[in-house]
Design a protein. Structure first.
Length: 357
């Protein structure tokens, strides 16, 4: 899994010629404050995404994936949320825009596909009404033009009998059709950044594949940037240009999809890949990651994964490991990782039998 690779100097040279990033997030922190405790949901997340690229964010439930992505739309409750850092989408500084301006950006510049369309779609309005309303609001067109656009969008996302489905309510559609309708709503105003929060989790396997292929096709045709949250490594392998692995509100590994998924360096990423069925010996039991994710109300000073890591030592508990980045912009945050000949290399060292939580 971690064989020595020779550095590709052409890739390093090409990086200096690539266009400027369209999405920039730097040192983002999100805190949810209550009388009882402060939940440190996102802790210093940074990444960049160019026009037309797809970033997949993977990790266990509770790792901060959805919170990070919803921050780009300012969807958190104002009274109990504290956000610091920088977020830019194109020329828009998300941390500084007014609520009125943010309302205009939602749908037109940044749009989102939610995980469960039954809770995202209004049960009292037809699918056509909900798509048309979005178009009418952002593009300042009349109802007839809005409904015409709604029909075009249902045809675009390949909903059968689109004229009939326009007049249907969300509960009258199957799960797959509801998700396609949700995609149509998200794409209705031609956004330049699409956020997808586990949009295939509630679907069966055959429909999952159809929706993924459709999303990737539409993303390429429309030239959108896309951030796709998932805990399915197979999904990430199919659609991602870049992959970010999150744990305890931090990105602990980041890089091109091939580097992260084929040559993982952080112990957490390696453990996740080892616990999947693909490419594993069918006669041997699957590996599992011992323990549970940390309590975000009381994070340790050191590496949050150390209590579950078989390679952890006392140095892992002293302080948060720094980021180590190679010439291909492959980054991992682990004391066992170093840059060797321009590439990341994992050095197991001595495994600790027990590490205090």
């Amino acid at each position: 899994m971690n064989e020595m690779r020779s550095p590709d100097l052409s890739l390093v040279e090409a990086q200096s010629e690539t266009p400027e990033a369209y999405v920039k997030v730097k040192d983002l922190e999100v805190r949810f404050v209550s009388r009882e405790a402060t939940v440190k949901a996102v802790n210093g997340v940074s990444f960049e995404l160019k026009k037309g690229e797809v970033l997949c964010v993977i990790g266990e439930s509770g790792s901060g994936k959805s919170v990070m992505m919803r921050s780009l739309l300012q969807l958190h409750a104002k009274k109990r949320t504290r956000m610091t850092g920088e977020m830019r989408v194109g020329e828009h500084d998300i941390m500084k825009v007014t609520e009125k301006r943010m309302s205009e950006l939602r749908g037109s510049t940044i749009s989102m596909i939610f995980q469960e369309p039954m809770t995202a779609l209004d049960p009292l309005y037809t699918i056509g009404d909900q798509i048309a309303e979005t178009v009418m609001r952002h593009e300042r067109v009349d109802r007839d033009a809005g409904w015409k656009r709604a029909l075009e969008l249902l045809e675009l996302v390949r909903v059968p009998s689109p004229e009939r489905r326009l007049k249907a309510y969300p509960h009258e559609l199957s799960g797959g059709l509801r998700q396609r309708a949700m995609i149509a709503v998200a794409l209705s105003c031609r956004p330049s950044l699409l956020l997808a929060d586990e949009p295939t989790t509630a679907l069966d396997a055959s429909v999952q594949i159809q929706v993924l292929v459709l999303l990737r096709k539409l993303q390429r045709e429309m030239g959108m940037s896309m951030i796709f949250v998932t805990h399915d490594l197979g999904v990430a392998a199919q659609i991602a240009d870049k992959v970010a692995v999150m744990y305890a509100g931090r990105i602990i590994e980041y890089g091109n999809a091939r580097d992260v998924l084929m040559h993982p360096e952080h112990p957490y990423t390696r453990a996740m890949l080892s616990s999947t069925i693909k490419d594993q010996d069918r006669s041997a039991p699957l590996d599992t990651i011992a323990g549970t994710p940390p309590d975000l109300r009381a994070l340790p000073d050191g590496c949050s994964f150390a209590p579950r890591c078989k390679y952890a030592g006392p140095e892992c508990l002293a302080a948060m490991p720094p980021e180590v980045t190679d010439g291909r912009n492959h980054m991992a945050r682990c004391v066992r990782v170093s840059a060797v000949r321009g590439l990341l290399a994992f050095e197991p060292g001595l495994a600790a039998a027990n590490v205090p939580a």
